[in-house]
Design a protein around this ligand. Structure first.
Ligand code: SF4
Length: 363
């Protein structure tokens, strides 16, 4: 039975983390591993599947079949998942979506995660449109990393990609995050041929005076069957890296995260440039991530349709051990890489619904 469960009848109350007994301050249970010996210490939790943009590489103008509010994890459930995961060695939490800042309790969620024993870093991936409303509170709540999605610096092109306006708001909010001293500020750019490929130089040049990491991410087939099928828009990590080297011959390697498979720095520049082979999947050997969807399903790989219903376990009175057992099952089933995951999913009619849009998965 959960402690403190009475605290959270209403999501707007500040979220108290599940005060873990002293014995589980440090992860005392075996870490979460898969059959290949990889250790999973990083969870991406989607806190909503809704968004205030309609990006062409994610969902159509009319949106997708959004989850009913009651089926979305509430704050208490989200905190419980984080504290249970901390028991098995998870150290890093990233809140994603949809657009996480449309959750009114996003600051409380960050504060709760940041004060959960065992959690060392709390990160947020946002489209940046609402950041100015929460920036100060997020920083005070203990947010340690901020990724802002921006695929174009040009207003018309931004509109063409996102079907909304707001490019200057996002650019201003990136600057705001830097001015406020957020520990890690990154800019995620999905680079697509025929859309924004010609802005590679503008984005890399942005790292000259801005202490951000610009991360070029390969386009992925989670666009709700909008443009991926045409096959015209994929730009490979390899081609992006080659262009960076031709633009900046003296560019050198730089430290980065496991996902930042290719990461560079132009000597003397403030920021860094990374390239994420998210479709080429040449980073799977280092995979460390757990995904939990907004409606509480565990996914052991971005490309796998297999899901494990954690919300059901919790809402049917399951214990923390039941939850841990489900995580261990999910990762015991994990395939060696994203290709194998996709092959397995294509080969069988998965019991879980196929989620065609990134907003339904959580990125
Ligand atoms: S494709 Fe799957 S296995 Fe590879 S890094 Fe992504 S989540 Fe991990």
């Amino acid at each position: 039975m959960l402690q403190n469960s009475s605290i959270l009848a209403n999501d707007n109350l500040s979220v108290a983390p599940q005060a873990a007994p002293a014995s589980v301050q440090k992860a005392s249970l075996p870490p979460l591993q898969d059959a290949f010996g990889r250790t999973f210490d990083y969870v991406r939790i989607a806190v909503t599947d809704r968004c205030n943009l309609r990006c062409t590489y994610c969902m159509p103008e009319e949106g997708v079949e959004f989850k009913h509010k009651d089926s979305v994890l509430n704050a208490e459930e989200t905190m419980r998942i984080i504290s249970v995961l901390a028991k098995i060695g998870i150290k890093k939490v990233r809140f994603t979506g949809g657009e996480p800042t449309i959750r009114k309790d996003i600051v409380d969620l960050v504060a709760g995660a940041a004060s959960t024993p065992g959690i060392k870093g709390v990160h947020l991936t946002t489209n940046g449109l609402l950041l100015h409303r929460y920036a100060k509170d997020l920083l005070n709540a203990g947010l340690t990393g901020l990724n802002l999605s921006l695929d174009s610096m040009d207003a018309d092109r931004f509109m063409r990609i996102t079907r909304r306006t707001g490019v200057n708001t996002v650019l201003d909010n990136i600057q705001l995050a830097l001015d406020m001293g957020f520990p890690r500020v990154k800019v995620n750019v999905v680079l697509m041929r025929g859309f924004n490929e010609d802005e590679l130089e503008k984005f890399t040049a942005y790292t000259k005076d801005h202490a951000v990491t610009v991360r070029f991410i390969e386009f992925m087939p989670f666009d709700a069957e909008q443009i991926w099928g045409s096959g015209d828009h994929f730009a490979s990590a390899e081609s992006i890296v080659a262009r960076i080297h031709s633009l900046y011959p003296d560019v050198g390697p730089a430290p980065g995260t496991r996902t930042e498979h290719h990461i560079f720095k132009v000597p003397g520049w403030a920021g860094k440039i990374a390239v994420i082979p998210a479709f080429t999947r040449s980073l799977c050997g280092n995979c460390s991530r757990i995904r939990v969807t907004a409606d509480g399903s565990i996914r052991n790989c971005l490309y796998s349709d297999d899901e494990y219903n954690l919300r059901e376990v919790m809402r049917q009175g399951g214990t923390d051990d039941d939850m841990i057992a489900l995580f261990r099952k999910a990762f015991a089933d994990k395939a060696i890489d994203g290709y194998e995951s996709k092959k397995r999913s294509d080969a069988k009619v998965s019991l879980s619904p196929h989620r065609g849009s990134m907003t339904q998965i959580g990125g």
